[in-house]
Design a protein around this ligand. Structure first.
Ligand code: APR
Length: 314
């Protein structure tokens, strides 16, 4: 069986971390693309030197030429700028919309059969734009948001109860912004509803921290945003696709009537397998979660409209 080819568009912090993960996990050959000359080439050379130590044979190249992504099975997009302290993800829209327009054109041209995972923020708008520009079907363009947000929720709950992260299931849905929706009813610890183990007041504090967790990292790093965890999340989606896992994962998917929403990318549970986003799962949210979900959707609509104004699209 031929090796899979993974194109990482953007060779910054997340791109480099994803390349490392792909090689360590033996997922295939990696192409690191960036507009900065030397950056992807330097990271690729460095990564290749880890091969003999770790025992991986995957090839990794760095490039500034889109021709090198030809034939990619998966393209993961992190091209763009990351936020600095005091910035929201939405503040990135002007710069990143222009970058993503050109990235998506080139994916369409050079990797027309790929499964595309978008990570660049503001995520919901950037994945919308990628879908629009590539013209790919909705099952082949998806955004990474909910795996990371849910993982933050799971990690805080696991710490609170001093249990393994593997014993905590939870989903965070909605937009990838500060009004994301940690769905408490999906949070189970060893199969037990979290509300039986942690008080409502404490859960509210933890959920507030989940919503601001990205900002908490930015405030500490000062020079950029989270990268290890988004890298892990995007690679989890890649594995679900390559190995036809049919895994239920919270991801930003194009809604076409599900949840009563039409034409917007929004984080909901989906099944990822060899067909890409094979199914959107429409869970029955309770009234409070639905209200929060709708408020978050209004925010996503605003940011998509702002993006369209910037791009001159009506
Ligand atoms: N094509 C390809 N790469 C580009 C382009 C472009 N047109 N424009 C910028 N880049 C590259 C930058 O040169 C940089 O190396 O994208 C890379 C982004 O890397 P970082 O600045 O390290 O940012 P990172 O932490 O990887 O985050 C990338 O993902 O989670 C989001 O908010 C985050 O929008 C940000 C993105």
């Amino acid at each position: 069986m031929a090796r899979k080819k993974i194109a990482l568009i953007g060779a910054g912090n997340i791109g480099g971390s994803m390349a490392h993960l792909c090689l360590l996990k033996g997922l295939g050959d990696v192409v690191l693309f960036d507009v900065i000359e030397g950056l992807p080439q330097g990271k690729a050379l460095d990564l290749s030197h880890a091969g003999p130590v770790e025992g991986f044979d995957g090839n990794v190249i760095g490039t500034n030429k889109y021709e090198d992504i030809e034939g990619a099975d998966v393209c993961i997009v992190t091209a763009g700028i990351a936020r600095k302290p005091g910035m929201s993800r939405d503040d990135l829209v002007g710069t990143n919309a222009k970058i993503i327009s050109s990235v998506a054109e080139n994916i369409k041209k050079h990797a027309p059969n790929s499964f595309v995972i978008v990570v660049t923020n503001p995520l919901d708008a950037m994945v919308t734009l990628t879908h629009r520009v590539t013209g790919f079907s909705r099952n082949r363009v998806v955004g990474q948001s909910g795996i990371l947000d849910s993982s933050r929720y799971r990690s805080f709950i696991a710490k609170e109860l001093n249990v393994s992260v593997n014993s905590v299931a939870a989903m965070v849905l909605g937009g990838h912004g500060d009004d994301m929706v940690p769905v408490r009813s999906t949070c189970l610890v060893g199969g037990v509803p979290v509300e039986k183990l942690i008080s409502p007041q404490r859960l509210a504090e933890i959920e507030k921290r989940v919503r601001n967790a990205g900002g908490e990292v930015v405030a500490l790093l000062k020079t950029g945003s989270a990268y290890f965890s988004p890298a892990s999340a995007a690679i989890r989606m890649t594995e679900a696709y390559f190995f036809d896992k049919k895994e239920i994962l919270p991801c930003a998917a194009l809604l076409e009537g599900e949840y009563g929403v039409n034409g917007y990318y929004f984080c909901v549970p989906v099944i990822i397998g060899a067909g890409g986003v094979e199914k959107v799962i429409d869970i029955n949210l309770n009234a409070a979660d639905k209200k929060a979900f709708d408020e978050s959707l209004n925010h996503v609509k605003d940011i998509v409209q702002a993006m369209n104004r910037i791009l001159g699209v009506s």
